[in-house]
Design a protein around this ligand. Structure first.
Ligand code: ATP
Length: 285
């Protein structure tokens, strides 16, 4: 019997901008966001199984290994869609902090969908794959493309951006628990303008006007309860970042740097303060 093992890496994302534009009657929030994939990655390994079951092993940051794992849900929904009746073993090496605003679970799920479709002799159309991804989670479709993009709708409508400038990112993940559901529940739309100015307009005027683009409506909720968010932002700015902001619903905060040298020296400076996990990343290509 021939056993083939496939290995691949899945990137994290940062939200350069996240503006909530409305709340839908079903409770979901509509938003506009700029999302950029970065090369802080998880590692996935898949192997076909003779028996018809989905098994998950994981190393690194702790994640569920049962049906609630987003990877499990991705495999299940793909198999159900195409009528495949096979088994698969998945080894997840989690290097992206979990529930950190970095989209690790969504990225793993999208990568599995892409891989299963590539391995299928009768692949489904991109549009159908996109639909499956959106059913798993609002951020999953973004990771099917893995390009700097403007996301709209509930995050599931993706428009890739041309010429996103090259930045280096210092990502700081403080050791606090923030649930995405809690942040959205505590978010009050009336506190922010509910119209977003056209991001494209700003980018077309000057693609390096990063300080005009950086904004995250959810930051007010998370940082009101966790002052460390503001502390990290301030320290990142003090080290020479072009800008600093919380990613997604947090608690990760990142700073953008115009050169690798500046980012490295910022990381060295921040290390002794023990603000949390520190990562140096660049755009995922
Ligand atoms: P987002 O910014 O989209 O809210 P996040 O980075 O905050 O994403 P994830 O790391 O994707 O959040 O994890 C969110 C939740 O999903 C956690 O409670 C985690 O236990 C669960 N989860 C299920 N499967 C995975 C997976 N493969 N990787 C990470 N988390 C997973």
């Amino acid at each position: 019997m021939q056993i083939s093992i496939l290995q691949f890496q899945t990137p994290a994302k940062v939200n350069i901008r996240l503006k909530i534009t409305s709340r839908r009657p079903d409770g979901f929030h509509e938003l506009t966001s700029i999302m950029v994939p970065v090369d802080l990655t998880d590692y996935l390994e898949i192997r076909p199984l003779d028996e018809n079951r989905i098994e998950i092993f994981s190393e690194g940051y702790n994640v569920p290994k049962d049906e609630s794992n987003l990877v499990y849900r991705a495999v299940r929904s793909y198999y159900d869609k195409v009528g495949i009746d096979k088994g698969i073993s998945i080894k997840l090496t989690k290097k992206i902090p979990v529930a950190a605003g970095l989209g690790g679970g969504s990225s793993d799920a999208a990568a599995i969908l892409l891989m299963l479709n590539r391995m299928n002799s009768k692949p489904i159309a991109n549009r159908e794959l996109h639909q499956l991804a959106a059913q798993i989670g609002a951020d999953v479709p973004f990771f099917l493309y893995c390009k700097p993009s403007i996301a709209s709708g509930i995050g599931d409508v993706i428009k890739p951006l041309k010429d996103w400038p090259k930045f280096w990112y210092i990502i700081v993940t403080p050791p606090i628990n923030v649930s995405t559901a809690w942040v959205y529940k505590n978010y009050r739309l009336e506190l922010t303008r509910n119209k977003d100015i056209s991001i494209l307009n700003i980018l077309e005027q000057d693609s390096f006007a990063i300080s005009r683009i950086l904004e995250n409506d959810l930051e007010q909720v998370t940082s009101a309860h966790f002052p460390i968010i503001e502390t990290i932002k301030r320290m990142l700015m003090d080290t020479g970042a072009e800008g600093a902001i919380m990613s997604g619903s947090g608690p990760s905060v990142f700073g953008l740097f115009s050169s690798e040298r500046k980012a490295r020296s910022a990381k060295d400076y921040l290390l002794p303060y023990q603000l949390g996990e520190l990562f140096l990343a660049k755009s995922w290509e």
